[in-house]
Design a protein around this ligand. Structure first.
Ligand code: CTP
Length: 421
């Protein structure tokens, strides 16, 4: 059987069909690719739309927040500079108080510090160890205080803010109730004129009263006092010290003055001595004895404050340019040369028995003719504070017991938190 002869026309037709088939396959592959691209785009579009929706919601929230803030601020019309009023008792002023004043100053251009009157504090909280006059001199000596206002009410109101020209009041986040059991700042809060900052942990007047009670009880062994001695919990981090520091050193033209001491519980005599020392030159270094040195020379129970608590106190004061932390008690020629000191100021009455002997801490500056003696300038020291405490023992103990219990409760309930310490 002869095979079927294929005509040239049939070959052409078959080739044509084959080409058509190839083309159809290619088209179908293209279609598949297109379909998958389309589906990708579609799903990306869904993600995009979700993101767009979320961004829109976030933006709306932000606008709402800004509107609220704007609304808050329209409650008073602020003309620069912003003035804040921070008030308190500031008894035995300490680094927690100074840190409060520092934080309040950050909220404004001009800071007024109100010091509550003796009468009001007595009614609301009980007795104070220092009078309002003493507390005001100490608060006014703080470098972040632009103006001190003595004898202020324990419960401030809007009239007071308007009268002194302050835009806002400020307080730590530990507001206590007044004698009527009411939040002292409620009226000011209701008018959106209140600023709150973080209370500094680890130090309080109550804690210092506890330490003074320990000191006094040891002096007078017959006293039966159920106190809970409180060790210092104040955290002097590098960050804290930096916030308190002036970060400056004297230039070669400046006259450098040096004054040293233990600088325990700050009092008016300390401020007066620093004022005099600063007035004698341009740059004042303050030497602060370490705890062992202070203890050796000032006796049992002293110092009440740790070296770093005393350091923060000194660094917060107007007249202090820088400090020497843990300074030697006997002033050496090396110390004088290293700091470029032109004048040393000292209270010789503390060292009567060693005057002009090799134990005289001021022997070298005396020999160099760069020593000026000052006498105690205000009748206050730890012994007198302890006496004031024990003269009104019952009232102080009642106040101490009440507050130390609430502080203990607070520290027990504390959880981990990241904060400005
Ligand atoms: N303050 C603070 N940190 C502390 C102690 C006080 O921030 N460790 C703040 C208070 O929140 C307030 C101001 O310092 O804004 C003045 O406080 P004050 O009226 O003297 O009273 P207390 O809060 O009772 O201080 P303390 O417990 O030391 O007596």
């Amino acid at each position: 059987m002869n095979p079927k002869q294929v005509t040239p026309e049939e070959i052409t037709q078959t080739q044509h069909n084959a080409l058509n088939l190839i083309s159809t396959i290619k088209e179908s592959e293209k279609l598949n690719t297109l379909e998958s691209t389309y589906s990708n785009i579609k799903s990306e579009n869904i993600v995009f739309r979700e993101r767009k929706k979320k961004a829109l919601i976030d933006a709306q929230d932000k606008v709402k927040k800004m509107e609220n803030e704007f609304h808050d601020d329209t409650s008073i019309s602020i003309t620069e500079p912003v003035i804040v009023y921070v008030d308190g008792v500031f008894d035995i002023i300490h680094s927690g108080h100074f840190n409060a004043i520092r934080q309040a100053k950050k909220l404004c251009d001009i800071l007024y510090v109100g010091v509550n009157s003796d009468k009001d504090v007595h009614l609301a909280k009980g007795p104070t160890l220092m009078t309002c006059d003493e507390r005001s001199i100490l608060a006014g000596a703080c470098k972040w205080c632009d103006k001190v206002i003595p004898d202020t009410p324990y419960t401030p109101n809007i009239d007071l803010l308007n009268q002194i020209g302050a835009h806002y009041a400020a307080h730590g986040d530990d507001i206590s109730p007044n004698e009527q059991g009411v939040d002292c700042y409620q009226e000011i809060k209701d008018q959106n004129r209140m600023k709150i900052f973080k209370r500094t942990e680890g130090i309080s007047t109550t804690n210092l009263i506890g330490r003074l009670l320990v000191c006094g009880t040891t002096e007078n062994k017959n006293l039966q006092i159920n106190y809970k001695p409180l060790a210092s919990k104040f955290l002097s981090t590098g960050w804290r010290l930096r916030e308190f520091c002036n970060e400056k050193h004297p230039s070669s033209e400046e006259k450098v003055v040096y004054i040293d001491g233990a600088w325990d519980c700050l009092h008016v005599g300390h401020i007066k001595a620093l004022e005099i020392a600063k007035s004698r030159g341009d740059f004042l270094y303050v030497g602060i004895y370490d705890d062992t040195t202070a203890h050796t020379y000032f006796g049992y129970g002293n110092p009440i404050l740790s070296l770093l608590e005393r350091t923060c106190n000194l660094l917060a004061l107007k007249h202090v340019d820088d400090v020497v932390i843990g300074s030697p008690r006997i002033i050496t020629e090396d110390l004088i040369k290293s700091l470029g000191i032109s004048l040393v100021i000292g209270d010789e009455s503390l060292y009567k028995d060693v005057e002009n002997t090799e134990n005289d801490p001021y022997m070298i500056p005396k020999k160099l003719g760069i020593f000026e003696s000052i006498k105690s300038l205000y009748p206050l020291n730890n012994d007198i504070l302890v006496k004031r405490l024990f003269d009104n023992k019952e009232a102080f103990l009642a106040k101490y017991e009440k507050k130390s219990l609430s502080e203990e409760k607070y520290y027990k309930s504390k959880t981990n938190e990241t904060q400005e310490i």
